[in-house]
Write a protein that binds this ligand. Structure first.
Ligand SMILES: [Fe+2]
Length: 341
């Protein structure tokens, strides 16, 4: 009960939060999280059950939480930051608010591709950026790779959201990592030439554009399609799913991840929480909130993902996702140069 009440205090008191009171709390871990799913409660209570460490949470947008930790400085109550996309984890690292963790358990449990090389942060679930196509428009998938999105034959067909979105920054960063900046820029210019419309809306709107016949193909993260499948199966029926680059490096995957905050008051508990996120138990619940994929191979996937698996294979690009962050500034410049709004 105490935990729940405290959680409410943290969530509502916002900037009036008494940091000293939080820092003094014994046997606690304070988590600033950009993810909010019902399954998270189950995760936190299991962690408390196993360790006796109380979990306090504060929810917010990624960039706002990063800024807040920065502003709180040495007085921050935050022990752990949870956020989505390696690009955002990179931003947190650049903001100087994270502390490297050297953990044998995390190195053993998590594939190297989802971990920051020096332990600044760790990915605990995967999300795939996929291509969708109109089944009414095409008898067969018109493209099989991200590279193909720049092909002339897709002129006027491609829907994808704006370049201000971190998912696209990470996607372009991955193309820089694989092909170099020059080819990545040619690609980005080719995609802009193929736009069906000016970038608008979120990932769901891109898939909806395909269903409505506005776009021949669209790019979006896999879980948005699963949401449409559940909420609006008639629309989803009109949309075909493409798992790109299966004959090559594999699909572009990003992570939801967590990091230990540099000035957090309960460092040991924070490291224990991260280790817990790599456990079999947590690997079932952490990804499930958003139908993401566990990073620990044999953890099992949600029923929705089981069904999704029938649509295609999921060979995943195993480039280290830290590169998505490193190449982000260059990706943004390329987007600006090629006029990808
Ligand atoms: Fe998302």
């Amino acid at each position: 009960m105490a935990t729940r009440a405290f959680r409410t205090v943290l969530a509502t008191a916002a900037l009036a939060l008494s940091t000293s009171a939080v820092a003094a709390a014994d046997g606690a871990v304070n988590i600033y999280s950009a993810r909010h799913y019902p399954q998270d409660e189950k995760l936190f209570s299991e962690f408390t059950e196993r360790t006796g460490i109380e979990v306090n949470t504060l929810s917010g947008g990624s960039d706002a939480l990063i800024q807040r930790i920065k502003t709180e400085g040495r007085n921050t109550p935050a022990d752990v930051l949870v956020t989505v996309d390696a690009g955002r984890l990179w931003r947190a690292e650049q903001a100087g608010i994270l502390s490297n963790v050297n953990s044998e358990r995390l190195s053993e449990r998590l594939p190297a591709s989802v971990r920051h090389p020096e332990g600044a942060w760790f990915g605990f679930s995967r999300r795939m950026r996929l291509i969708f196509y109109s089944k009414e428009h095409y008898d067969a998938p018109p493209v099989t790779t991200y590279e193909g999105l720049a092909d002339d034959k897709l002129a006027g067909e491609v829907c994808i959201r704006s370049s201000g979105n971190v998912y696209n920054q990470s996607l372009l960063a991955s193309l820089i990592a694989h092909h170099g900046a020059e080819k990545a820029e040619t690609w980005a210019a080719g995609v802009v030439d193929n736009f069906a419309r000016e970038p608008q809306g979120g990932d769901t709107d891109q898939i909806a554009g395909v269903a409505a016949g506005v776009c021949g193909v669209a790019v979006a993260n896999h879980y948005y399609y699963l949401r449409m499948l559940e909420k609006n199966p008639d629309l989803a029926e009109k949309v075909g799913v493409i798992f790109p680059n299966q004959d090559g490096r594999g699909v572009h995957a990003n992570v939801s991840g967590a990091a230990v905050v540099k000035h957090g008051p309960n460092r040991q508990n924070a490291v224990r929480f991260l280790a817990f996120l790599a456990s079999d138990f947590a690997q079932r619940y952490f990804p499930a909130g958003n139908n993401e994929y566990p990073v620990v191979a044999d953890a099992g996937i949600t029923e929705d993902l089981e069904a999704f698996k029938e649509l295609g294979s999921v060979k995943i690009d195993d480039v280290n996702v830290a590169l998505y962050g490193e190449h982000q500034p260059q990706a943004q410049k390329i987007f600006d140069r090629v006029g990808w709004k």
